[in-house]
Design a protein. Structure first.
Length: 458
């Protein structure tokens, strides 16, 4: 974070100094107290009495607070600077807008049902060969972390890459108030977070907020193959639209896709030129992630030959269709990062490739956060399983069991084992896994028991 004196901050937020010194220098603002607890010289915005944690404040001394209330208990705290404002909320946003306005840099915001973390990491990896990049960490993209990432932008920062997730409507718009993206990416739109978005249409609209968060000079990068993305109205968008795709015509188009050693080979066609590209990580979805990343860095002035060369050294993320030789010589595919119908289709494509004629075994948990659409989407998952085929299905959870049996009702010939105790899953896998089997482990991302199971068998 660029450092400010209290005097400078008071000019930005129109504050009055009640106690302490105007010369006190601030170099961090913990919007959420659990972030960077070790920092001192902090400025804390106290929005209400419940946030007045005196014990926390005393551990940060010397520090400063901004408040719109009178707290007599603060006067006795030595080393505490207090700034009074009319409205803490207005003061906070005035500072955010001011701070973001200090830096004229490209800011890429990436959202999507699947692939957003990988695409974000690819962009950051390519850019870091030449630039100083600020980026979100892994998939830590919650509202509480936005200020932390914004303040990570400093005078030496050349670009920022931000993952903007959708937990509920308004999340992308809220994130954009902090970051003011110049390039927006929607990797794809499936069905997720329906417990908060309530309907699939509302979820699509929440993803579509990306278009409204870019100004007239902004660039919107979209998936030409994604059906739900095609429903987004761009009538009011005045910026530049770039499409990436595999099946349909696109500005960044992949052809001649082939599985290679450790990843995917394809030919990138862009601006009437063709370029061979290798991206680590298996599946056509990984090619789509690479296309979106290449489109973004191209807009930031990175030569495509250099970008493709750099992409070759990208390290694919753990638990994203991570393939290893594991228990008793079996091939293990760990895809415990996320579970929805979009990621399921990608996972089954990779399972068929990795199995190469061996026995295909898949473990499925219930999909999470689907609200009233849970039954419908688990049936759709059953259709996907039937489409790609599995020899043995192991389920954990009521909906996963229904999904498996629905796939068999559709005509899939397979063995089905349904459990509600993890010990039973371990016992069966120890019995059936060998060098002639390939196991796909598919679960939602915060299922710690399934993550532990995958770790054991890997």
């Amino acid at each position: 974070m660029k450092a400010f004196s209290i005097y400078e901050i008071r000019q930005i937020i129109n504050g009055e100094l009640l106690q302490g010194s105007d010369d006190f220098v601030i170099d961090y603002i913990p919007y959420y107290q659990k972030i960077r607890k070790n920092k001192r010289n902090v400025l804390i915005f106290i929005r209400n009495k419940s946030e007045l944690d005196l014990r926390y404040i005393k551990t940060r001394l010397p520090c400063a607070i901004v408040t719109d209330q009178d707290f007599d208990v603060l006067k006795a705290i030595e080393g505490l600077t207090v700034v009074k404002v009319q409205s803490v909320r207005s003061a906070f946003w005035n500072f955010v807008y001011y701070y973001r306005g200090l830096f004229t840099i490209p800011v890429v915001a990436v959202t999507g049902t699947c692939g957003k973390t990988t695409t974000k990491e690819m962009i950051a990896h390519i850019l870091r060969e030449q630039k100083n990049v600020q980026a979100t960490k892994s998939s830590a993209n919650s509202r509480l972390a936005h200020l932390h990432y914004l303040l990570g932008i400093g005078e030496q920062t050349d670009a920022a890459v931000i993952e903007t997730a959708v937990g509920k409507p308004g999340d992308i718009r809220y994130a954009s108030k902090f970051f003011k993206p110049t390039i927006g990416i929607i990797t794809n739109i499936g069905a997720c977070h329906l417990n908060s978005c309530k309907t699939i249409e509302a979820y699509v609209a929440a993803k579509a907020e990306m278009a409204s968060c870019l100004d007239d000079s902004g660039v919107l990068i979209l998936n030409a193959d994604d059906e739900k993305t095609k429903t987004i109205s761009l009538a009011d968008f005045k910026g530049k639209v770039i499409y990436f795709g595999i099946k349909n015509h696109a500005d960044f188009h992949a052809t001649d896709i082939q599985y290679g050693q450790g990843g995917m080979n394809f030919i990138l066609k862009v601006k009437k030129k063709s370029l061979p590209v290798f991206v680590p990580g298996y599946g056509e979805h990984q090619v789509a992630n690479a296309l979106a990343a290449l489109a973004a860095v191209n807009e930031m002035g990175i030569d495509m030959i250099q970008a493709a060369k750099r992409l070759h050294s990208f390290k694919n993320l753990g638990r994203h269709l991570e393939i290893t030789t594991g228990y008793n010589g079996a091939t293990i595919i760990d895809d415990t990062w996320n579970f929805n119908t979009t990621s399921l289709e990608a996972a089954l494509q990779v399972l068929n490739y990795a199995a190469g004629g061996k026995q295909r075994i898949a473990i499925f948990t219930d999909m999470a956060a689907l609200g009233d659409y849970s039954l419908q989407l688990h049936k759709e998952a059953g259709e996907i399983v039937n489409k790609y085929g599995v020899d043995t299905i192991i389920t954990f959870g009521k909906r996963a069991k229904e999904m498996a049996h629905y796939s068999r009702d559709l005509g899939l010939t397979c063995n089905i084992y349904s459990f509600f105790e993890y010990d039973q899953v371990y016992s069966l896998l120890r019995e059936i896994l060998n060098e002639n089997s390939t196991l796909l482990i598919k679960s939602f991302g915060n299922n710690s028991s399934m993550i532990e199971l995958a770790s054991f068998f890997k």
